[in-house]
Ligand binder design. Structure first.
Ligand code: PGA
Ligand code: ZN
Length: 450
């Protein structure tokens, strides 16, 4: 156990050069923890509030000096002296900030301020106990009671293992709000579901990424990249074309499409939903909810799509259960903007049978405790978790990876290229090495590890 001695925030840059917040926590033992928060480009409307300065003379209004000051002047004095490290202590710290803010969406202090502190406290505390973050998360939240199961169901040391590592889900073609003049839909991803190892799956993914670059060039498309390091070619004839291009890249790389590699999609269609219609400009279509569902069902019948995220708008709740009813037994129907890592919205989605999987982003809800609560609520209800980066602005902080390992997530959605993204894969591969003999890979069993 150790007490918090000092909390200091500063404004930093995230990828995409939008500002963000970094927080340093110093414990009385002298141990330090540093963490930073990401920034979303296509944020859901119910996400926790990101406090921006709004001063047009600095960073086009996107400065985060106010959030920094909220940490240094309002949050720090209240948290200094609190104990960290014991079961329940992270919850106590996060709860204190939630009360101090006093609003549903953290609009007073800003989720960017609160999350920075939450993660830096966790980091300091884990460092103090000389625990890797994934072990710390399991311990401080007492996660063992949720039966986070060894891949083989046996205890470690008896042929079982304590951790199931997530599969890589890599964005390889991006459009929508993440790139100009590409597709209407936001993300086309490759999910590596071979059962070998994380490092092997990452390698395969990167090989396919490079092969895709060649496929694009050979067909006369440009291979410039968008926000997340994925290709954002213009001039594609339809929203379906990327599926064909990916198929070609997978096969040319020597992998079996549908077995080693599946397709994951995040159309993020809240961005193209207006007056109860989905505007697919590239296809010259304007679809109602049922037609939108059928549009994706026909793709599912023709391609090995294994996860489908935000295929309907975040406000189109009535349509989600229809989609899940239709294809939920075959593929993962994932809520992102719909559920925004919020346990209350997840509960609503569970009650309505709207989804069978959820995307998890720490800054959508704004504390580590609420994020873990959401993951455990998912687990208790058979909902697979996918831990995700943010498209707009990432930092080199890798907490999302340790979180994924701690909660037995099925996938991590990140990358494939750019420093702040590959940092995540490097961390995942580091954990795999560290856990040698005590971990397995989700692989094609990803829906069975919940
Ligand atoms: P973001 O989008 O830019 O809001 O992080 C990524 C996503 O929708 O998954
Ligand atoms: Zn999404």
């Amino acid at each position: 156990m150790a007490k918090i001695q000092q909390i200091i925030a500063r404004e930093i840059l995230s990828s995409g050069s939008t500002p963000s917040v970094e927080v340093k926590v110093v414990l009385e033992t002298g141990t330090i923890g540093v963490a930073s928060v990401p920034y979303g480009a296509s944020a859901g409307i119910s996400e926790a509030f990101v406090l921006l300065d709004g001063d047009k003379n600095r960073f086009m209004g996107k400065g985060m000096i106010k959030a920094v000051e909220n940490v240094n002047k309002i949050i720090a004095p209240v948290l200094i002296g609190m104990d960290v490290g014991e079961v329940g202590s992270q919850n106590a710290v996060d709860q204190k900030m939630i009360e101090l803010d006093g609003t549903e969406r953290k609009t007073n202090l800003g989720a960017n301020a609160i999350l920075g502190v939450s993660l830096a406290v966790a980091r300091a505390s884990a460092n103090d106990q000389k625990l890797p973050m994934y072990r710390y998360i399991r311990q401080v939240f007492g996660l063992e009671k949720y039966g986070l199961l060894p891949g083989s169901q046996k205890p470690a040391g008896e042929g079982g293992c304590d951790y199931v590592l997530p599969n890589p889900m890599m964005v390889v073609i991006e459009g929508g709000a993440h790139a100009d003049e590409s597709t209407d839909l936001q993300e086309y991803m490759i999910s590596l579901i071979g059962n070998d190892s994380v490092a092997e799956n990452v390698r395969r993914g990167i090989e396919i990424y490079f092969t895709l670059k060649k496929v694009l060039k050979d067909k006369g498309y440009n291979s410039n990249v968008g926000n997340e390091g994925a290709f954002a070619p213009n001039g594609l004839p339809s929203n379906e074309t990327p599926l064909e291009l990916i198929k070609e890249a997978v096969e040319k790389s020597g992998y079996i499409f549908g077995k080693d590699v599946g397709i994951s999609l995040d159309p993020a269609v809240s961005e193209i939903y207006e007056n109860e219609k989905y505007e697919l400009a590239k296809d010259g279509k304007n679809l109602n909810s049922d037609e939108m569902i059928n549009y994706f069902v026909s793709w599912i019948n023709n391609y090995p799509i294994i996860t489908l995220e935000d295929a309907l708008a975040e406000t189109d709740w009535q349509a989600w259960p229809k989609l899940t009813e239709k294809v939920g037994d075959k593929i993962a129907i994932v809520g992102d903007d719909l559920t925004v890592t919020n346990p209350k919205l997840l509960q609503k989605a569970i009650d309505l049978k709207a989804i069978n999987s959820i995307l998890i982003k720490l800054n959508q809800i704004g504390t580590l405790s609420e994020t873990v609560e959401c993951c455990m609520l998912a687990r208790q209800n058979g909902i697979m978790t996918i831990i995700s980066h943010r498209g707009g602005g990432e930092t080199n902080d890798t907490t999302m990876i340790d979180l994924a390992v701690a909660v037995n997530a099925g996938f991590v959605k990140v990358g494939p290229s750019r420093g702040e993204r590959v940092e995540k894969y490097n961390r995942l591969m580091e954990i795999e090495t560290e856990l040698a003999g005590n971990c397995t890979v989700a692989g094609s069993n990803f829906r069975k590890i919940i």
